[in-house]
Design a protein around this ligand. Structure first.
Ligand SMILES: Nc1ncnc2c1ncn2[C@@H]1O[C@H](COP(=O)(O)OP(=O)(O)O)[C@@H](O)[C@H]1O
Ligand SMILES: [Mg+2]
Length: 360
């Protein structure tokens, strides 16, 4: 059975729809991220799930029971959910152990069980040795671990996290996002995680919901989302990409500066008129001499820019007779100079069809 369902969920503030007809179903134990730029409606969606905001229309159901609708609201404290905010408030006058034990004591669990559950979760978040410390004696990352432990130890039906790592510095963020996934693997609590950081979403999530202007653009697992984005927005938001915009002409697709047999394009049978594609910089091979003709796209051009980033080279190639700039990332040992003539080779399996530029 589905754990949590958002059905036609909408929230208007005055004339702006912060959340606009969102449909989403989470399975029991699933970790789902809401990902999108600032202002796209992530927090509003999460706060509706938590029960702090009443939907303008639509419903939220947990295990088939209505939690929220314009007519009815189950109060936040009766939803069995835990929420963690960006500014993780843990109680400054309690030790780590007391902070984590608090929710269990509130539920009047026997002392021995409280002790055992607190110790286990502190073990998992690697804070067992700091159990007697006060929050002022902890780093930001350690405080966030306490906040996570405190939210999870009560074993909520659903865990809600709103940009929980955004106050941490970059290294710690990277460490904590893996930690969050590890915690999820240990406790399997159904989780909705809000972030504007695509790497965070990819590391933590079973599925990612990409939101744009209050609507869902695409819901998929990280591999599918990255490899087969369905819109230009998703393609550009999840990592870097090249858009190749062409036009079907008989059995060919004509792009500025090169032509590709239509049969080599994804969804070849559905193509007519304008045809657009998204190709990741690292999905393109770079050669100094013409590769043999085969089932790959071949583009001839010239290197116009290059940059060495240590872990990879970043080249910009201009196909002959065009102004298009195609970005290509290669391994550090693939070295070409600016003005070198090169051939690009692209496997159609690594190309995603996207709508043409002017289509919504
Ligand atoms: N209480 C509110 N009153 C009016 N507008 C709001 C309120 N909360 C959010 N909004 C607007 O709704 C949109 C979505 O906001 P929010 O859900 O916070 O986005 P996100 O979390 O994705 O950054 C924004 O345009 C924001 O300005
Ligand atoms: Mg927000």
């Amino acid at each position: 059975m589905s754990k949590l369902s958002l059905i036609g969920l909408t929230k208007a503030f005055g004339s702006t729809k912060a959340v606009d007809g969102v449909n989403l179903t989470l399975r029991e134990g699933e970790f789902v991220s809401l990902l999108g730029p600032s202002g796209c409606g992530k927090t509003t969606t999460l706060r509706m799930i938590a029960g702090f905001i009443k939907p303008t229309s639509g419903t939220i159901e947990m295990e088939g029971q209505v939690m929220s609708s314009p007519a009815m609201m189950v109060p936040p404290e009766r939803r069995g959910m835990s929420m963690i905010f960006q500014s993780y408030a843990i109680w400054p006058n309690m030790t780590v152990g007391q902070n984590v034990a608090f929710g269990l004591k509130l539920r009047k669990l026997p002392n021995a069980e409280v002790e055992q559950r607190v110790n286990r979760i502190l073990e998992v978040v690697q804070m067992r040795h700091l159990k007697e410390r006060y929050p002022s004696e902890l780093s930001g990352g350690q405080q966030q671990r306490v906040a996570l432990a405190r939210a999870i130890v009560i074993e909520p039906q659903v865990l809600l996290l709103d940009e929980p790592l955004s106050n941490l510095d970059a290294n710690l963020r990277e460490e904590m996002r893996s930690e969050i996934r590890r915690l999820h693997d240990a406790f399997r609590i159904t989780t909705v995680y809000v972030t504007h950081d695509q790497a965070e979403a990819m590391v933590t999530s079973d599925r990612i919901v990409v939101m744009n202007l209050g609507k869902i653009d695409q819901v998929d697992d990280p591999v599918t989302l990255y490899g087969k984005p369905k819109t230009r927005f998703v393609a550009g938001f999840i990592g870097r990409t090249n858009f190749l915009d062409g036009r079907v002409d008989g059995s060919q697709i004509v792009f500025p500066g090169f032509t590709v047999p239509k049969a080599l394009a994804p969804d070849a049978n559905e193509l007519s008129g304008l045809a657009s594609f998204s190709v990741r910089p690292q999905s393109i091979a770079l050669h100094a001499s013409p590769p043999a003709a085969g089932h790959l796209w071949r583009i001839q051009g010239e290197i116009v820019e290059r940059a060495y980033l240590g872990e990879y080279w970043e080249y910009v190639i201009r196909p002959d007779g065009s102004e298009q700039r195609i970005r290509v990332s290669t391994a550090p040992n693939v070295v070409h100079a600016v003005d070198d003539r090169v051939w690009l080779e692209i496997d159609p399996a690594r190309i995603a069809r996207v709508p043409p530029p002017d289509a919504a």
